[in-house]
Design a binder for this molecule. Structure first.
Ligand code: 13P
Length: 247
């Protein structure tokens, strides 16, 4: 089974998303692969209604570190659960880089999300500078060790790792399948080192970064890749559905 996750980022309105969801639900009626979309907060309640009875999982793109209280502008894990959200993205590079989200914060968010029964898609990935300096492995090791600090091996069943090299996001320049295979093997080794060989093998790892209808199948067929986290190319329901159907 493959995992096809979409990330809307800050796109569309609630009015737009209704038609989108109807198309997606129709096109995924008998889908055996896992299909999921992470939508803006404002869309979640409506999306839940439209996804009722469908196979499509619903996610948010972020979650608060704290449980509740004086945190103006934040949305808690309880609030997401309350509207029927299944999972949340955590640590997307846009959150880390534009909003200075630290590994410490990512770690707190993962713990909060899991404690409240949300599944987690933990996003990791290196910058172009790190890649060019030949430090991908040490960077990912530090990122994963800090993000997963204090989490138990049995909690990994509710965590998906999305490897999204920053230089490939929104650039139209995806990593090559060779690069993806190599780096995802590194990610699995790191997880094996932190937990166990079994954990490294079993953890679900997605690739993200300029996945499009042309490279989708070859990326999904790359060794070690369980699925994709798709930004730009998920925004058109027909395009997204035909990628899913092409599997
Ligand atoms: P693009 O597919 O637009 O490159 O975005 C990838 C991404 O950041 C998904 O989270």
């Amino acid at each position: 089974m493959k995992y096809i996750y979409g990330n809307f980022k800050m796109n569309s309105t609630v009015s737009d998303v209704k038609a989108y969801l109807m198309t997606l639900v129709t096109n995924t009626r008998d889908e055996k692969n896992e299909v999921a979309i992470a939508l803006p907060y404002t869309h979640l309640t409506t999306a839940k209604e439209y996804l009722e009875g469908s196979v499509v999982k619903l996610g948010s793109q972020n979650v608060a570190e704290e449980e509740k209280g004086a945190f103006t502008g934040e949305i808690s894990a309880d609030m997401l659960k309350d509207v029927g959200v299944d999972f949340t993205l955590i640590g997307h590079s846009e959150r880390r880089n534009i909003y200075n989200e630290s590994d410490k914060s990512v770690n707190k968010k993962i713990k909060m999300a899991l404690a409240k029964g949300l599944e987690v898609v933990l996003c990791i990935g290196e910058s172009l500078q790190t890649k060019e300096a030949g430090k991908v492995e040490s960077f990912l090791k530090k990122q994963l060790e800090e993000d997963l600090k204090g989490l138990y091996e049995n909690e990994l069943k509710s965590i998906i790792i999305a490897y999204e090299p920053i230089w490939a996001i929104g650039t139209g320049k995806s990593a090559t399948t060779k690069e993806i295979e190599k780096t995802i093997a590194i990610v699995r080794d790191i997880v094996a080192h932190i937990y166990s060989e079994k954990a490294g093998k079993e953890i679900v790892v997605l690739y993200g970064g300029s996945v499009n209808p042309d490279n989708f199948k070859s990326i999904l067929n790359t060794k070690g890749v369980n699925g994709a986290l798709i930004g730009g190319a998920c925004l058109d329901a027909n395009k997204f559905s035909s990628m899913i159907k092409s599997l």
